[in-house]
Design a protein around this ligand. Structure first.
Ligand code: CU
Length: 336
């Protein structure tokens, strides 16, 4: 058993997979919707916890107080049939409790849904794919994947981010618990949510709706940038794809193999939309929606056999030669 457990932990923490730098945590809210939900959670815990203590306490008391004292007690205890007071109490108290919990929940739902949109809000369209995330910033003309960058928001000068969520295939769910509750991404429908993160940093999440074999590796990474970081990131995203002549061989492989049918690199003939936009691939610290660290060795392994990191991902293994792999890695590594 001990060895089995060791093997299991080894498998979970294989060296080339990404370990989260911050845990996925619902108890450390960093944005208004998340903190509203957090306070509701505490309230519900307090009420249900108090009920548990009272009911379990009465049960223990009854078990102890009315236990059989002699091994063979001659008579049964007195039998009571029907009690209006007790029946009223166990009907009215639970009904009141449910009403209170319902009202408290409804208040939080409407407070989040009806919050006025601040004029400085940023719009981002999120499109769920099996098994990665596409992000489009219509007002900034940016298309990217898997790692979402949003600006920091101040309570008295909010620069919230409004997400419009939809799906290219099946249902997914966007869940970054430190920023907001879950919102589903459903084909042919647009759902909305907003976040106003108040602390810069990286926030982790996870697709929260089972969407296929690699659902577990459809990870979310949201970078909350200071205004300077965000401006710099936007500026970088506006540069066209790299045309460095030293990697022309790799670019040729990219444009002559099927890569360009599924991936976009702006400034080249590649305009595919089935897979992630690769124009600024190297600006991401992970590849394949958080499945592996983005470095040359892992990119090579990914191109050779995507199954190595994500069994069942929708990117095919392309049967490339060692030389083509090296050239492609050299080319992709210039896409900053
Ligand atoms: Cu999913």
């Amino acid at each position: 058993m001990g060895i089995g457990f060791l093997l299991w932990t080894r498998a979970c923490f294989a060296a080339d997979t990404v370990r989260p730098s911050s845990p996925i945590n619902i108890f450390a809210p960093a944005s208004t919707p998340a903190s509203e939900i957090y306070h509701l959670t505490l309230f519900v815990f307090a009420i249900t916890g108090a009920m548990f203590v009272v009911v379990a306490g009465l049960l223990c008391f009854a078990v102890f107080r009315f236990r059989a004292r002699k091994l063979y007690e001659a008579s049964e205890p007195p039998q009571i049939y029907g009690s209006n007071q007790i029946e009223l109490a166990w009907t009215v108290i639970p009904v009141l409790t449910v009403v209170v919990l319902f009202l408290a929940t409804a208040r939080v739902i409407f407070a989040i849904q009806d919050a006025p949109k601040p004029p400085a809000a940023l719009d981002v369209t999120v499109i769920g794919h099996q098994f990665w995330w596409e992000y489009r910033y219509p007002s900034l003309g940016i298309v990217t994947a898997n790692e979402l960058h949003v600006p920091l928001s101040h309570l008295n000068h909010p620069t919230s981010t409004y997400l419009r969520l939809t799906s290219a295939d099946v249902d997914h769910s966007f869940w970054v618990p430190q920023l907001a509750g879950k919102t589903d991404l459903i084909p042919n429908r647009v759902n909305e949510m907003w976040i106003d993160p108040q602390r810069p940093g990286l926030y982790l999440g996870q697709c929260a709706q089972f969407c296929g074999v690699e659902h577990a590796k459809m990870l979310l990474r949201v970078y909350v940038d200071t205004p300077e970081q965000f401006t710099a990131w936007v500026k970088d995203q506006h540069r066209p794809g790299n045309q460095d002549p030293s990697v022309a061989a790799g670019r040729r492989v990219f444009e002559t193999q099927a890569c360009m049918n599924c991936h976009t690199v702006t400034g080249t003939a590649a305009t595919g939309r089935f897979g992630p936009d690769l124009t600024h691939f190297m600006s991401r610290s992970t590849l394949a929606a958080g499945a592996a660290v983005n470095n040359a060795a892992n990119i090579r392994e990914w191109l050779k056999s995507p199954d190595h990191f994500k069994q069942g991902s929708l990117m095919p293994a392309m049967q490339l030669s060692d030389q083509q792999l090296d050239e492609l890695v050299a080319y992709l590594s210039t896409l900053h």
